[in-house]
Design a protein around this ligand. Structure first.
Ligand code: SF4
Length: 381
C-alpha cells in the first residue's frame, strides 16, 4: 500500500492507573466514565467516516494513556466498528500499547482482533522501574513479554535509557535481556525531563534525573550496535526491527506523511495532500469530559481543524521523513507539496558529514542522527 492510499486510525485512550513522573502525554486517572468515553469514540468514528469516504484501513492503533485498561470487549467493539465503517486491508496492523500489569488480558485482546502489542516494559530491573516511578516490577515485565509473545504475531518493547546513574554496562545488560526475549521490535527512548511533570518539578529544584544529551549519545550508539548484532535494523531514529514485517506500519504513516484519523481526547489527525486540494490537521478536544460533550452534541470530536499550507506540509514531511533510515524522498516531497528542501543547507550539511544523498533521497548519517532535529530543521527553508 503506497503512502498516498494508506489510511490509519488512531484511538487515544487517555486513562492510566498511575501517572508516571516523566510523562507529559494527555493522560488522566480514570474517574469511572470509561463507558461514556467508549461510546463517544464509537460515535466520533462514524463522524470521521463521512470525512474520509470509503477507504480501507491499513492500520488501527490504540495508544494513550493506557489502552490495555480497556476491556477486551471494548477493544473488540472499536475494531468491529472500524471494520464496518471502513474495512481493513488484508494485511492491516491492529496494534495496542500495553502496560505489563494488564498482561492477563493479552490473549483476549488478540481474540478481539489485535495482532501487535507494544509492551511498555521500560526496564527489566526492579530498582530502575522504581526510580522511573513505574507501577510494575521486573517479574511482571518478563511475564508480560512472555504473554505477549504467546498471544500475538508481533511484539514490540519500549525501553527507557539515559536516566542519571545509568552506566553503559547497565544499558548493555538491559538490551541483551530485551533482545533475548525473542521480540521482533524494540523502541529505546531517551529519558527527557519535560516541564510540568513530576520529574520536571524535581529537576527545577536542582535534582539531576537524566543524563545530558552528550552523555546519552553513547547509549544511543550502543543500542544501535547491540540491536544490529542481534539482526535488527534501525529503520527509524528510535525504532529497531528484526525484519520489515516487524516494523510498525502505523507509525510509518506518521513518518511518511500518509493519512490518519485521530479519535479520542487530544488525538491528532492528518488527511489529504496540498497537491490534491489541501491537507488538514486536526486535534480532538483534549479533556475527556469536553470531548464527550462535543461528540454528544452531535459534532465530531475535533476541537481544532487547520488547513495546512504547502509550507506547513513541507515542514512536517521533512521533520518526520528524515527520521527514517531510508531517508526523505525528495520526489515525493515535491509531488505532495510542490516544494523542496533548502538545498544550500543540505549541501553544507553533506559537506559536514551530517547528511548523505542516495538517488532521490536524503538521509541522516550516524553523526546527523545524534543531532536529530537540529539537522532536519535546517532543511526547512
Ligand atoms: S503509563 Fe505511559 S501514558 Fe500512562 S502515565 Fe505512564 S508513561 Fe504516561
Amino acid at each position: 500500500m503506497s503512502e498516498d492510499t494508506a489510511l490509519g486510525l488512531y484511538i487515544h485512550w487517555p486513562y492510566c492507573a498511575r501517572i508516571c513522573p516523566y510523562c507529559d502525554f494527555n493522560v488522566y486517572r480514570p474517574k469511572g466514565a470509561e463507558d461514556v468515553l467508549r461510546a463517544a469514540i464509537l460515535d466520533d468514528m462514524a463522524h470521521w467516516r463521512e470525512r474520509t469516504g470509503a477507504r480501507a484501513l491499513t492500520s488501527l492503533h490504540f495508544g494513550g494513556g493506557t489502552p490495555s485498561l480497556m476491556t477486551p470487549e471494548a477493544i473488540g467493539e472499536v475494531i468491529e466498528a472500524a471494520d464496518q465503517l471502513w474495512g481493513f486491508t488484508a494485511d492491516a496492523e491492529r496494534g495496542l500499547e500495553a502496560n505489563p500489569n494488564d498482561r492477563a488480558g493479552f490473549k483476549a485482546f488478540a481474540g478481539a482482533g489485535i495482532n501487535r502489542l507494544s509492551v511498555g516494559v521500560q526496564s527489566f530491573q526492579g530498582g530502575v522501574l522504581e526510580r522511573l516511578g513505574r507501577d510494575h516490577g521486573a517479574d511482571t515485565a518478563r511475564s508480560a513479554v512472555d504473554m505477549a509473545l504467546h498471544s500475538v504475531p508481533e511484539v514490540s518493547l519500549d525501553l527507557i535509557y539515559a536516566w542519571d546513574g545509568q552506566t553503559l554496562e547497565m544499558w548493555r545488560q538491559e538490551l541483551d535481556t530485551a533482545l533475548a526475549t525473542g521480540v521482533g521490535h524494540l523502541s529505546p527512548y531517551q529519558l527527557t525531563i519535560e516541564q510540568g511533570t513530576a520529574f520536571g518539578k524535581r529537576a527545577e529544584r536542582g535534582e539531576k534525573l537524566a543524563l545530558e544529551a552528550d552523555d546519552a549519545a553513547a547509549f544511543y550508539e550502543l543500542a544501535d550496535e547491540i540491536a544490529s548484532r542481534a539482526g535488527f535494523e534501525r529503520y527509524e531514529i528510535s525504532n529497531h526491527a528484526r525484519s520489515p514485517a516487524a516494523q510498525s506500519r502505523h507509525n510509518r504513516l506518521y513518518w511518511e506523511g500518509a493519512d490518519w484519523i485521530g479519535v479520542g481526547p487530544g488525538a491528532h489527525g492528518r488527511l489529504g495532500r496540498h497537491s490534491t486540494g489541501g491537507r488538514i490537521g486536526t486535534e480532538a478536544a483534549r479533556r475527556p469530559g469536553e470531548y464527550v460533550q462535543q461528540v454528544k452534541s452531535g459534532r465530531w470530536g475535533v476541537a481544532e481543524l487547520e488547513a495546512l499550507s504547502a509550507e506547513d506540509e513541507r515542514a512536517e514531511r521533512i521533520l518526520m521523513g528524515i527520521r527514517l533510515a531510508e531517508g526523505l524522498d525528495l520526489t515525493r516531497l515535491q509531488r505532495a507539496t510542490g516544494l523542496g528542501i533548502d538545498e544550500g543547507e543540505a549541501e553544507r550539511m553533506i559537506a559536514a558529514g551530517l547528511l548523505q544523498r542516495q538517488g532521490d533521497r536524503i538521509q541522516l548519517t550516524r553523526e546527523g542522527q545524534l543531532l536529530g532535529d537540529a539537522v532536519s530543521m535546517a532543511l526547512v527553508p
